[in-house]
Structures are given as structure tokens and as C-alpha cells.
Design a binder for this molecule. Sequence first.
Ligand SMILES: [Zn+2]
Length: 258
Amino acid sequence: MTIDHDQDHGQPGRTQPDRPASPHGHNVSIGSIAGMPIRVHWTFALLIGFVVVVNWDLGRTAVADGILWIVALFAFVVAHEISHCLVARRRGARVLGIILIPLGGLSQLEAMPEAPIDELAVAIAGPIASLGLGLALMGVGLGVGAHVWPPTLFAGSWLARLAWLNLLLGAFNLLPALPMDGGRVLRATLARNRSNLEATLLASRISRCAAGAMVVVGLFYDFWLVLIGLFVLMGSNAEMENARREHHKNNRPRRDEE
Ligand SMILES: [Zn+2]
């Protein structure tokens, strides 16, 4: 249900913009947490509009409930993203902020720390936070006697829905598909005994298989998954191009030293 971080492997020497350049443009700021600005992409209005239309015939309470659910969902997406950003900051990356799009959140880092172990730590932080929150909410739910089984997102108690939401958020993001967290964990793991380029190419190949599977499964079960599959496909191609570019740049003979 979410895809995140667009870890722009920043170009050394690039001037730092006052306002972070967004790959998606047209965002509205809704505040900041720990010095990290949170922005909402304009397409969010479409999501709210969709929720209103879908619930319109069910009455005002249903519409309000639907909107409240979206707000709660994205509050937990922000918690997930903040975890990535805090770890990234601790490891020396400059955090530009968080952008929320209807598919999820994107943490914008100007540059990732180079070491694979740092990328792994940043990537795994979000799913760990989501799984931790999910388990904690599940524990509270069980404690107060809420019905937490079977898994539910759209009906039943809020505690159960939020618990399952976070567990899903954590587990889904661990799928081994770039640019999702699991894909980054995979690449960082592969990069331990390969060059960055080789690790990215291999991880991208696996990501394209995962994206294809998401599209096929999505066509039968949930159209949202088709969109996420296409997003992963584009994202993994971009990662591959980026790695190739970096590789060529680093291996080009430097004239000033000749
Ligand atoms: Zn994440």
C-alpha cells in the first residue's frame, strides 16, 4: 500500500537548493517534524475526492469515516518515513523532507551515505518501525479484547485496522523490489561482495520480476497493486540508469590530472 523513498544519490558538487527539488512538483507543505518538512502532493486531492465519491451514497458519517481513515493511514506512513529519515540523518545524509503521494510516502535525501551497510540501515528502519507499531497496536487490541482476527483494513475496530495497516505497511515494503525498502536491502546485501553497479543491475532484474508479478496479481485482485507494480517498474529502471551513470562518471579519466 505504500512505496517510499526516492533516495536521490545526489551529485557531488551540486548546489543545495533552498527549496528541495521534488521529482513530482506541486506540493503543499503541511508542517515539519524534527526539522524535516512534510509535503502533500496535489494528487492527494484526487484520493480524497475518490473517497468522498465512493462513500457519498452511504451518508456523511461514511464520508467523514473514509477521510479520517486516509488521515490515520498517512499519519502512519509519515511515522514509517520519519524512521528512514532519522536513521539517514544519523548516518550523515541530508534529509530534504517527506512527500506524501496517494501511493505512499517518499523520503527525499539529497545523497545516500555510500556504504552498503548505511543504505541497509536506512532502508530497514521504516519497515521495522511499521512492524513494531503494528505489533504494539495488536498487543493493545488483544489487551482490550478487540477483534483482531481475521485481518481487516476497512471494517471492524480501529485498533485492529490500524494494527493490520502497520503490519501490512512493514511487510509489503520488504518485498524485494527497487525502489521499495526490500529492494534497497537486497541491493545493499548484494553490494557486499559486488560492485555497486553489478548489485544494482541484479537487484533491478529481480525487481522487474517482482513488478511483473504485482501487475499480474493486481489485475485479478486489486487495481492498486497494478499501479504499484508499474511504479516499481519505472523506479527500478531509474535506479539502474542512475547506477550506470554513476559508474561511467566514476570511471571516466579525469583530464585535470593528466
Ligand atoms: Zn520505507
